[in-house]
Design a protein around this ligand. Structure first.
Ligand SMILES: [Zn+2]
Length: 184
């Protein structure tokens, strides 16, 4: 899937000592639907910010764990969801992945429909249309360029998180006025 193997990302998130950083975020720091910051475009990460990226990733990791424990979902999170207005995504499905300054360099013309969820609107499902597959180019935690081809559920996840970097929520991509469902 990913050419780098990405064992480094996991080691980074695990070995960092969150207690020592002032920026440690909690579930209460997660921005919720309606917060104007969620509609802002995030800035690229610069190479000099790489040490900060590591602390941001710990925050993203920890808050996603809290979401998983509370709501039972969460495969990825984008930095702006915590008010960190940087083009950084943290995905943790079978393996943690740190994605810096991503670009979607190609996407399939074939689309599919999915009920999307989002940590910023935890009980709301939104019916959206996503590209079936895409290619993502990004920098990893070692500032090395990576290319990742994703399909289906991962493609949908990447498009969702990428949208966050541009200030786009899944609510803004709802297929129609009935594309909303409340989850108990
Ligand atoms: Zn989201």
């Amino acid at each position: 899937m990913n050419s780098s193997g990405n064992t480094g990302a996991y080691a980074t998130a695990q070995n960092f000592t969150p207690a020592k950083t002032k920026t440690m975020k909690k579930l209460e720091d997660l921005l919720l639907l309606g917060n104007p910051q969620l509609y802002e475009r995030s800035e690229p990460v610069s190479e000099t910010e790489l040490p900060l990226v590591m602390s941001w990733v710990v925050d993203l990791h920890n808050v996603m764990e809290e979401i998983r424990a509370k709501y039972g979902f969460g495969r990825g999170i984008a930095a702006p969801q915590l008010g960190i207005m940087k083009r950084l995504i943290y995905i943790n499905t079978d393996m943690p992945l740190i994605i810096i300054n991503p670009e979607i360099t190609g996407s399939s013309s074939e689309m599919f429909e999915v009920w999307d969820d989002c940590m910023c609107l935890p009980n709301l499902l939104v019916r959206v249309r996503r590209h079936r597959s895409l290619t993502l180019r990004y920098l990893d935690e070692n500032w090395q360029e990576q290319e990742w081809f994703v399909e289906d559920d991962l493609a949908e996840l990447v498009q969702h998180e990428y949208d966050h970097l541009d200030g786009i929520l899944c609510t803004m991509r709802a297929i129609d006025g009935k594309s909303f469902k409340w989850r108990r």
